[in-house]
Structures are given as structure tokens and as C-alpha cells.
Design a protein around this ligand. Structure first.
Ligand SMILES: *Cc1c(COP(=O)(O)O)cnc(C)c1O
Length: 367
């Protein structure tokens, strides 16, 4: 039993989920796993270490600093940096990270440094914009890209990638397929004109599930590893990874007409038992989850959050259940699930998971 707020991470569940998605792929398809934003809030180094044990092919991070942390901690897997700023290119080279290059400006800046450092065939990843319209080369930039890369000895195109905007939304299936078609066309042009055989990849988690025909040479698994699917049927095959737990700090009884918390936003209609839990919005629990919308689980029983969630605490109505000070409280995990919370809060599980602040200790365990 814990005596504080912790995010427990089930490493066996991560292995299970990894294998589940692997089983959907051809044996030869490589796997990049996204560990950006501290492994979707679940822990950067520990998860990277586990993935290294499982011999995935690549890790993906958003920023150079995230990759440097992992390399300094001893991670040996190749790491692609999705969003390298030009100012981080030197650090990227120094730490043997591999940048995603998404513009001519970025490419030229990187080549300048690569030349100065006399690099040979330094691995880079070319991002194509096929409809997401976030980062990447567009069709009309390709000729200039090809001209710049041709006979360049400083860098080597290790992979060519794109990202789908609607791989999780079946109503936009036609758009998704058009992105795949454009990726095929643009990546083929690069391969033919540069005479290269890069790793090609376009699928994220829901892409693996919905467009397995487009797995190319590699896929980029993210949210699925952490136990979340946007598909109700697929969700049944995934194991829950994170359980956010706390404890009851104090229990009190209040009378009808008395209130709880800031602004008196909860007024008891009858004698009520209130428990205070030491977790609040500074830990990443949205204030919108308070005032009767959200619930926590204590001794397998649901209890409603009453009043407004405070910075470091929240209060629940325990009138109908048996519990005592010190008892464990589940904020999310099996019930409520992050997916349920996200739906209620009109957001997505990604945001719930990555919002859990760094002051919440991560505890890793095996079953
Ligand atoms: C985050 C990210 C992924 C993983 O997406 P999921 O939906 O979590 O599987 C893949 N590719 C890129 C470019 C990303 O930014």
C-alpha cells in the first residue's frame, strides 16, 4: 500500500500491448515506438529501457532534449527527433540522435553543420506532408530537396515518413487513403531519383489497426503501447498500463446546508461524509473533473467528486460507502479509465496521460 499519490506503471502490460500490435504486422516490419513527453507521461527512461529489452527498432521523441536525456541515461537504441529546432542540431549530432528534416531551411542548416563537422552519411529522416499540414516537404518542394540531397556525402536518408490526420476516424477513410497514395507517390520519387532504399513509414497506432496494408517498412506505435485504443473492440485486447493512486487524508461529517471547498460550490442536502484526497489540478487533474462530473474509486466503489478541485486536493462524497482514513483511492486505471475520463472531459486520452505532472511519482512494477 502506498502512502502518497503515485502513478503505477505496469511493465508487463506494456510488453503485452507491444506484442499485441507486433502480432498485427508482418514479421519483417520494423517498429518505432514513440516515447515523447516522458513516454506519454508514463516514464521516459524506464519505458525506453523495456523497449530496448524487447528489441524494438527505433524510439521517437519530439524534442532533442528528450532524446539527450535518454542517451545520457544509457539508452542505445537509435532515436529519431520529430521536431528538431535548428539550434539543437549540434546537440543532436553530439548525442548521436537522428533528426527529422521537414524543410529546405532545416536541411540547409543541418548540412552546414554536417559539413563543418566533416560528418559522413549522418542519418536523417525526411518528413513529407501528405495532408496533415503540420510539418513536412510538399510535392512542389521535392525537386529542390532532391537536388540538395543528390551526391551529398554528409547525410544519408535513413527513412522517409509522413503522418496521417485521420487514421482513427473511419468517416475520413477516403482522406486517409489519399494520404497513403500521395506518400507512395512522393516517397517513390525520392527513392528513384536519389537511388536510395530508405525505411518508409506512415502509420501510427490507429493506422496499424485500420490501414495495415500501408505498414511499409516500419510503423510508429504510440498510444497503443500505453494501453489505449480508439476502437472499443480493440481496447478489449489491451491491458491497462497506468493506475493513478492516492489515499484518503481525512474524513469528516457535515450537516445539511454546509458546503465543501472554494466558492461553496457543493452544498450538502443531508448529513454527508466527505473524504479529502491529496491530489489536485497541479497534479494534472482537470478542474472540469470536479463538481459532480468526475468520480474516484475507493474499495471498489465509485464516489463522486464534490465541489471544485483544488490545486493539491480534492474532496469526495463517501456517505454511501465503507472506508477509513489511509485507504487507497484510484483516480484512474481500470475505473475510471482514461478513455472514460477523456470522453467526459471532451478531450482525448493523450491529454489526460501527458498532463499528470512530474511531481507525481512514477512507480514501475511487474505483475
Ligand atoms: C505521436 C506520433 C505518433 C504516435 O501516434 P499515436 O497515435 O500515439 O500512435 C506517430 N507519429 C508521429 C509523427 C507522432 O507525432
Amino acid at each position: 500500500k502506498t502512502h502518497e499519490t503515485v502513478l503505477e506503471i505496469n511493465l508487463n502490460a506494456i510488453s503485452h500491448n507491444l506484442n499485441f500490435f507486433k502480432s498485427k504486422l508482418k514479421l519483417t516490419t520494423k517498429m518505432m515506438v514513440m516515447v515523447k513527453a516522458f513516454g506519454y507521461g508514463s516514464g521516459g527512461f524506464e519505458i525506453a529501457k523495456l523497449l530496448e529489452h524487447h528489441k524494438v527498432d527505433y524510439l521517437g521523441v519530439a524534442f532533442a532534449d528528450e532524446g539527450i536525456l535518454l542517451k545520457n541515461a544509457g539508452i542505445k537504441l537509435p532515436i529519431m527527433v520529430l521536431n528538431p529546432e535548428n539550434t539543437s542540431f549540434s546537440a543532436i549530432i553530439q548525442h548521436q540522435l537522428e533528426p527529422e528534416i521537414y524543410s529546405l531551411k532545416g536541411l540547409n542548416a543541418f548540412l552546414k553543420i554536417a559539413e563543418k563537422r566533416k560528418l559522413k552519411h549522418f542519418p536523417i529522416h525526411i518528413k513529407l506532408d501528405t495532408g496533415m499540414h503540420r510539418l513536412g516537404f510538399e510535392e512542389e518542394n521535392l525537386d529542390e530537396l532532391i537536388a540538395t540531397l543528390k551526391e551529398n556525402k554528409f547525410v544519408k536518408v535513413r527513412s522517409v515518413l509522413s503522418h496521417m490526420a485521420t487514421s482513427d476516424a473511419l468517416e475520413h477513410r477516403d482522406f486517409a487513403l489519399s494520404q497513403i497514395d500521395l506518400f507512395e507517390k512522393l516517397s517513390s520519387k525520392l527513392m528513384v531519383e536519389l537511388q536510395i532504399k530508405p525505411i518508409r513509414h506512415i502509420l501510427n497506432t490507429s493506422g496499424i489497426s485500420n490501414f495495415p496494408q500501408a505498414q511499409y517498412d516500419m510503423v510508429r506505435l504510440g498510444i497503443g503501447l500505453y494501453g489505449v485504443s480508439n476502437d472499443v473492440e480493440e481496447q478489449k485486447f489491451l491491458e491497462n498500463v497506468g493506475t493513478l493512486k492516492s489515499v484518503i487524508s481525512q474524513i469528516r461529517s457535515i450537516q445539511a446546508g454546509e458546503s465543501v471547498g472554494y466558492g461553496r460550490r457543493f452544498i450538502a442536502e443531508k448529513p454527508t461524509k466527505i473524504a479529502t484526497i491529496p491530489i489536485g489540478y497541479a497534479d494534472g487533474i482537470s478542474r472540469h473533473w470536479g463538481n459532480g462530473l468526475g468520480f474516484v474509486t475507493i474499495n471498489n466503489q465509485k464516489v463522486s467528486i464534490v465541489g471544485s478541485i483544488c490545486m493539491d486536493m480534492l474532496m469526495v462524497d463517501i456517505s454511501e460507502i465503507n472506508c477509513k482514513e489511509g485507504d487507497q483511492v484510484i483516480i484512474f486505471g481500470k475505473s475510471p479509465t482514461v478513455t472514460f475520463m477523456a470522453n467526459q472531459l471532451h478531450t482525448i486520452p493523450y491529454e489526460i496521460l501527458t498532463s499528470i505532472s512530474q511531481r507525481v511519482k512514477r512507480v514501475f512494477y511487474r505483475e
